[in-house]
Design a protein around this ligand. Sequence first.
Ligand SMILES: Nc1nc2c(c(=O)[nH]1)N[C@H]1C(S)=C(S)[C@@H](COP(=O)(O)O)O[C@H]1N2
Ligand SMILES: [Mo]
Length: 464
Amino acid sequence: MMNSRRSFFQSLAGAALLSQSSPITAAEHVKRNMIVRSTRPEDFEMPLDGFSGWITPIERFYVRSHHYTPTISLEEWKLTIGGEVEKPLTLTMADLKKLPRVELVAVMECAGNGRGLYEPPVPGVQWVYGSVGNGRWAGVRLADVLAKAGVKPSAQHLLMDGADVPMGTMPEFQRTIPVKKALHRDTILAYEMNGEPLPVSHGFPLRMIVPGWAGDSWVKWLTDIKLLDKEFDGFWMKTAYRHPGHPVAPGVAVDPAKMHSVESINVKSVIAGPLDKTQVAPGAPVRIHGVAWSNETPVASVEVSVDRGRTWQKAKLNTEQARYGWRLFEYTWTPRQPGYYVVMARAFDTAGKTQPMTQEWNPSGYLFNGVQQVAVDVTADPIQPPQPAASAGTPNTAAFDAPEAFRGACLPCHDEKIIMQQRLTRVQWEREVDKMARWGAKVEPADRTPIVDYLLKLYGPRPR
Ligand SMILES: Nc1nc2c(c(=O)[nH]1)N[C@H]1C(S)=C(S)[C@@H](COP(=O)(O)O)O[C@H]1N2
Ligand SMILES: [Mo]
């Protein structure tokens, strides 16, 4: 969102009704059976049972938003194209719809998918498997729009900005992609998802589709495009979404300048069933199934192992396919001998690349594609494992005597959900509190230590 409205919204930062007060301009989709990582901003994860169809229905499609969801009315919405172009443009949806319509199926995966599996833990939304989905996107080629504006030879990067408004002093979500990727024929500006107008949470009325690349480049609620003659130095390019590109010692901090921007996602598979720690009787067939996807290089095959990786068998793939879409796989295994088995799957792309058996660690927990392990207990007399004692439940701030300052400092922008999923050391909590203070949290110097002590007591490192 460009500057004019920002100061107005800033004064409202934290007002829960911000996005609900404007008229609804696109169908709201109710999400069904999702893991709620945060409601404000919206971070919803699809559980394993969602990995069962080829196209992910909108009600099961993950949502990842850094800021609150803006509500946009199509009458007022415009797309501007400026910077290193011959002819700056302002387009309405009607203008866009005059260009040829293109449709493609593509997987979108959040760079942080699998972050919750990293050891030691890293701060951020603790996605496990389901911040990924396979969508059918329709709209216009970005290259067709750019041709109308005339990209100057000096243009190197394409900056995208959406209508979402940051809270407090948080940096605006602005991302760039290199002009080469922007001009690729499969990079599109989508106004439809799965045959419907783009839903509000997914970027109504227009978003970027960058097939093969992680979700952070797929800017939602797109309003402004600007061609730049040099690299962009905004927070979301130069500090966030960076990966060392090689294994680093778990737990170390790496200078962002020594890392590179997250672009392509990794070849990966997810086992949707059987579920971990399933018990089955010997001789009963077990359907091992899930999905596999890759980046610009498609999936060629999926293999399954039931003996801790000693031998691998080819799984059957579904026949529906699209260059950037995912594949469904299945393999029927009939264990004859009782025992404690580990089921694994690994996808290969057409260049022979596959998934690592052990994941290399990186400081922000991006691009996880380590082989998943699912334990299956084959036993003639299943015993129900003891149920965990009626769980202590959701820690409740009031019951744990949070310091006086905690509520006022930490809960105006989001609720405690986003905090409860973290498992951080003292140093990591100090960094989080300081980051939030930079983003506008009102943390008095005297309150910093009591807040950190409290966070550490409730949400300290995972026991090993
Ligand atoms: N304007 C805007 N675009 C955005 C984001 C955002 O916070 N603001 N989140 C990005 C990230 S990190 C991801 S993974 C995808 C998620 O898209 P979805 O919510 O439609 O699944 O949108 C991207 N586009
Ligand atoms: Mo993301």
